[in-house]
Design a protein around this ligand. Structure first.
Ligand SMILES: [Zn+2]
Length: 278
């Protein structure tokens, strides 16, 4: 390459390098001088000398209340019983249960369902659950007693319903539509009336009537209001596949949905088709 061309190249190369350095510096510097928010601008103008701001002790523009001790609630592992959720209501059917004799047809024994891993809870208003009032009532009992509620029977799919109790009257059980629960309270097994009183207290004095008709399977007249129907099964009453324990137990049926005010009644379609199956 001729000598003068090399000189020109070196000259222009130096100019380009200088331009590049200036461009990079400008790029970084531009970040420091960006548009300022109106609030920052106001603060900068108030303190235009940029002096540090000191605050005298106790000088506050807003009143601050003195610190108060807030006792913390119990951690989940410190509770006497875990909160009741819809999972406590899942069908207690189990395919390992042996078939039972069929009173209507001795040639075809009754077998249990595939279990809650193969089917879900009823679908209510688009959600897989049971009637929420049942969950609320059981949690209320746990809060008031500090004791554990044992759910012996929540949702029953029709197959497990027949397996637990093949009697005709049980065909229309509300367990099948997620509107009934059977339970007892650990530590209060022999004091079910105390538990019934807590259920009545939940309604804060709202009127309950006693159901005096004899078309029920309990000797104690049930309690009922607009929303629920409470039955007390004594130790010799209501023994079925799910309630084979030796204690009295309480059954709550939903009569009307407190959220929608609709009557809750057994329907074949709801019971047999209204829950997801795997
Ligand atoms: Zn089932």
């Amino acid at each position: 390459m001729p000598c003068h061309l090399i000189r020109d190249y070196t000259h222009w190369r130096a100019k380009i390098d200088r331009f590049a350095i200036l461009a990079i510096l400008f790029f970084f510097a531009s970040g420091c001088f960006g548009p300022e928010s109106a609030e920052n601008e106001k603060i900068r103008r108030r303190n235009c000398k940029g002096e540090p701001i000191y605050r005298a002790h106790g000088e506050y523009s807003a009143a601050i209340s003195p610190p108060a001790h807030t006792p913390r609630g119990p951690y989940p592992w410190e509770r006497s019983a875990p909160r009741i959720t819809r999972d406590f209501f899942r069908c207690k059917g189990d395919p390992s249960h042996p078939p039972i004799p069929n009173p209507a047809d001795p040639a075809t024994p009754i077998s249990d369902c595939e279990g809650s891993t193969r089917h879900g809870l009823p679908i209510l208003r688009g959600k897989e659950t049971v009637y929420p009032i049942l969950i609320d009532l059981l949690n209320f009992v746990q809060e008031q007693t500090g004791k554990k509620v044992i759910v012996t029977c929540g949702h029953r799919c029709p197959k497990h319903n027949t397996y637990s109790d093949p009697s005709k009257e049980n065909l229309v059980s509300k367990h099948q539509i997620g509107a009934e629960v059977d339970f007892y309270v650990q530590g209060l097994e022999e004091k079910p009336l105390e538990v019934v009183q807590i259920l009545l207290d939940y309604y804060k004095g709202a009127l309950f009537q006693r159901y005096e008709k004899k078309d029920v399977r309990v000797s104690t007249p049930p309690w009922m209001n607009q929303e629920i129907f409470i039955q007390l099964f004594q130790a010799h009453e209501g023994r079925d596949g799910d309630n084979s324990h030796p204690y009295p137990y309480i059954s709550i049926q939903v009569r009307s949905d407190p959220d929608t005010k609709e009557r809750v009644v057994y329907e074949w379609k709801k019971a047999h088709l209204g829950y997801p199956r795997g």
